[in-house]
Design a protein around this ligand. Sequence first.
Ligand code: SF4
Ligand code: SF4
Length: 184
Amino acid sequence: MSKGENGGPCAQCNALCCRNYSVCLTAHDLQRLFKKTGRLDWAAAAKAESVKNPPFHSFFLFEKGIFKEYFLCLARDASEACVFLGEKNKCVVYSSRPTVCRMYPFELDSTGSLKYKKNHRCPVLWKLGGQEVERFLADARQRQRELDDYGVWCREWNALHARKKGLKSFLKFLLGKAKEEGEH
Ligand code: SF4
Ligand code: SF4
C-alpha cells in the first residue's frame, strides 16, 4: 500500500488504497506506530457501521448507558485520506506501516496461498518474483498471528473493562498487552 522510498509498482498510482479504506489496526500495529511517532492521536475508534467489510475483531466502549461497537483504525483527514499519507503520496510511516498495508492488495486464501482481495481497487497487475511472494507470505503469517492476539485482547477488554473506560484506556491496555507479550 502506498509508495515507499523507491516507488516500485505504486509509482504511477495516486495512492488509491490510502485514500479509500479504513485501515484497521492490531495491537502490534499500534505498538509499532507508537514507537515510530511517540504519540497516539492518529488512532481512531471507527463506528462498526461505518467500516465496510471489517476484517476482524471489534471492541466496545460504554457510552451514555449503552455499549457501542468500534473498530480500531487509523484516523483519516478531511479528504478521507489516511493521516499518514504525506507529500507526493509517500507514506510517512512506511517502515512501520500496518500489516494490512504491507499486504495490500493481497490476502491469504484457505490454502495459505496469496490471492487478490475481493473488490480491491489496486490498478496494478502485480507480477511478483519468488522473493516478493515470500515477503508477502511472511507478512500475511505475521498478520494472522497478530490478529489472533488482538482478538484475545479485545475479548478480554470487552468482558472486563469496556463498561468503565474509554478509548485512551483501550489503547493503553493494548500497548500493555503487546509489550507484555514481547517480553515473553
Ligand atoms: S492502490 Fe495499488 S498501486 Fe496504488 S498505492 Fe495502493 S498498492 Fe500501490
Ligand atoms: S499507513 Fe501508510 S500505507 Fe497505510 S494507508 Fe496510511 S499512508 Fe497508506
